[in-house]
Design a protein around this ligand. Structure first.
Ligand code: ACO
Length: 381
């Protein structure tokens, strides 16, 4: 057993390996990300969110029959319990979508008889429910806050197609569905990032998947994590025009302010998730009349390359997902919920994996406060 003196102080856990995983491998120096050994670029080009989720959860790609069966299991769980729909109708229209997603993910537990069943079989069923229902609750909330009728899920559609259908109430194009699906594949898992680690801390107490995933949504919403994609779009809107990019960036860099969508705790090379997304974002932006946004992004990347590439700062996945989501017509404050929708696959997978050899996560604290402080009675202070 380790004693307090053997513990190493590691601020931000930068140099700490907290557990083993077979789900995703990251080499930050070389810019490699693999899901169960399969390179992220080939998954982005060829796979779907459903197939990548199967891969992450089962440790191998499914055959055609297995994939079809898995898709059916997910589709059978798209619907929300009536009680959750009632709750959505009670959410204030100006509520923050991420607070709403966190609350609604947690509320799913209230209507799941298996919420407290921690058997591996029940956990897999709950993971399927969480992945299948999160898109429905995001789309339903967005319709509700805009005063529109909630669109029921369509069990004949993939997760990406169904989400766009429920959100817009009209048929999405194939390009839109593919663009969203690519983003979902790219965001599905990423080692022990802050939100995944949050989910592990919660599940390690032998709490439940709903608690673990709603806590993870809370961690994801911060601007240093999933909130960065929204930050990128705010920045692009603030700049407004290609002619203002250089001056804007000069000011930011002189003031040593961080540029959203750049830098990564792990990657000191180009984020491999951004490579294909960059090309994809260009085509989509062109098709949807948003090419100026893409061109501004490219110019920002050039300036950043000259200024900070030697520090290992490159675009991360959020940089080009911002223009992709914008081109899909998503509201700015739905960008981070999109990340949650996809990462639900990683959070649930990691929790189930961690429970196979559970150990309560409980690091030490380096106390730096005083000792032997006398207690002074209230009246004497
Ligand atoms: N713009 C400009 N400079 C940067 C950036 C950036 N985006 N990111 C890091 N730097 C600089 C820092 O100023 C610092 O410089 P210094 O050594 O001269 O002081 C150096 O690079 C190290 O930066 P840290 O913040 O200490 O690095 P850390 O590993 O803690 O941070 C983080 C990683 C939080 C992602 C950071 O790069 C950042 O804030 N990026 C912007 C927000 C963002 O895009 N987040 C999304 C991350 S990806 C994801 O969650 C999907």
């Amino acid at each position: 057993m380790s004693t307090a003196t053997e513990k190493q102080f590691d601020q931000g856990l930068v140099n700490t390996i907290a557990a083993e995983t077979q789900m995703s491998f990251i080499d930050g120096e070389k810019g490699i990300l693999e899901y169960v050994g399969v390179d992220i670029d080939s998954l982005a080009r060829n796979s779907t969110f459903e197939e990548s989720t199967y891969l992450l959860w089962n440790g191998r790609l499914p055959n055609a029959a297995e994939l079809a069966a898995f898709e059916q299991q997910l589709r059978a769980e798209y619907e929300l319990p009536a009680g959750v729909l009632d709750m959505i109708r009670a959410v204030p229209a100006d509520a923050s979508p991420m607070h709403t997603v966190q609350t609604l993910v947690s509320s799913l537990s209230l209507f799941d008889a298996e919420a407290d069943d921690d058997s591996p079989e029940a956990n897999i069923r709950k993971a399927i429910r969480l992945v299948a229902k999160t898109p429905t609750l995001i789309a339903a909330f967005d319709r509700h806050r805009k005063g529109k009728d909630i669109v029921a899920p369509d069990a004949n559609r993939s997760i990406a197609s169904n989400f766009l259908w429920m959100l817009r109430g009209e048929e999405p194009t194939e390009t839109m569905v593919r663009a969203l699906d690519v983003c979902l594949v790219l965001h599905a898992d990423h080692g022990f990032n802050a939100s995944t680690f949050t989910s592990l801390v919660v599940i390690s107490t032998l709490s439940d998947l709903y608690s673990a995933c709603s806590a993870a949504v809370g961690a994801l919403r911060g601007p240093l994590h999933g909130g960065a994609n929204e930050g990128v779009m705010v920045m692009l809107n603030e700049i407004g025009d290609m002619s203002k990019v250089d001056e804007f960036m000069k000011g930011k860099l002189e003031r040593k302010e961080k540029i959203m969508g750049f830098g990564h705790r792990v990657y000191k090379a180009y984020d491999p998730r951004a490579t294909y997304l960059k090309t994809f974002a260009e085509g989509l932006a062109r098709d949807t009349g948003n090419l100026p946004l893409y061109e501004m992004s490219k110019r920002i990347e050039e300036i950043m390359h000259e200024a900070v590439a030697d520090k290992g700062i490159f675009p991360n996945v959020d940089f080009y997902s911002a223009t992709t989501y914008w081109s899909l017509g998503l509201d700015l404050d739905l960008f981070t919920p999109m990340f949650a929708l996809s990462r639900m696959s990683g959070w649930t997978g990691h929790c189930i994996e961690y429970l196979k050899d559970n150990k309560l996560i409980r690091p030490g604290a380096a106390y730096v406060g005083p000792h032997e402080v006398p207690y002074v009675a209230l009246g004497d202070r």
